[in-house]
Design a protein around this ligand. Structure first.
Ligand SMILES: [Zn+2]
Length: 247
């Protein structure tokens, strides 16, 4: 083994051990420095969410998140490394990590106007006016109010924050994160899709448990409803019975 190959081999093994997962030696990880920036970026995004409130955070633009961080001393300006990491997550082609879904957002500063969305009472979430709202109301009236909105419109910052916290929980494993969540430029929540769940099921709404509910079964009987990430979908994403395809 050449020295270069040995170094590559040893860094892969270290990363695999750190992830605590099975021997998936081909998984790709953030570098150590990127991982450090991920931790601080994740914290800043959570502070910004607390500052603007859960509902507003769903719509917040990247540009506005930078301004808020710079203005509020206890959050603090994004560092060059945090910005670089954000650009990597947004602009890099994720197919090398096994995510093959299409890009839904081309501008990191994408704006979503409150005029284009409807706030769904008691949920903290928004839905785009037009087909999204129309189909959402139709699902609720066909199935009943034991079904509810668990996640609606997500602009770049919200998707970035979900991506960062998933990646943090996976110790920087980009390959595994790609199975569970779309990068901040590839979420259909940014342009119209939404998630539904069963009242009382809580966090299990985002697991295969939702597929066993009466509500999900009823949904599959509605001809106008399609699930974006079916089992073994070509996007490389896990089965998501809760994610309604609109766009
Ligand atoms: Zn979803």
């Amino acid at each position: 083994m050449t020295r270069r190959n040995f170094l590559l081999y040893s860094s892969t093994v270290t990363a695999t051990v750190a992830s605590g997962s099975a021997l998936e030696s081909s998984d790709m990880f953030l570098s150590q420095n990127e991982y450090k920036s991920l931790i601080s970026l994740d914290l800043k995004l959570r502070q910004i969410k607390r500052y603007v409130g859960f509902g507003n955070f769903n719509l917040l633009s990247y540009e506005d998140s930078l301004k808020i961080a710079a203005r509020v001393p206890k959050i603090g300006r994004f560092t060059k490394e945090e910005i670089e990491l954000t650009y990597k997550f947004f602009y890099e082609n994720p197919s090398k990590y096994g995510f093959y879904g299409e890009r839904t957002c081309f501008n990191i500063n994408n704006k979503i106007s409150k005029k284009d969305v409807v706030k769904i009472p008691h949920s903290g979430h928004y839905i785009f006016k037009g087909k999204s709202t129309h189909d959402y109301n139709r699902i609720i009236s066909d199935i009943g109010d034991t079904l509810y909105l668990t996640s609606g419109v997500r602009n770049v910052v919200k998707q970035l924050s979900l991506y960062c916290s998933k990646l943090k929980s996976l110790k920087g494993n980009m390959t595994q994160a790609s199975l569970d969540i779309a990068p901040p430029s590839h979420s259909f929540h940014t342009i119209g899709d939404f998630d539904v769940g069963k009242m009382g099921l809580g966090g299990k709404n985002f697991t295969s448990a939702f597929a066993k509910t009466k509500e999900f079964h009823q949904m599959t009987q509605l001809e106008y409803i399609h699930i974006r990430y079916s089992p073994n979908n070509l996007d490389g994403v896990r089965y998501e019975p809760w994610h309604v395809k609109i766009v």
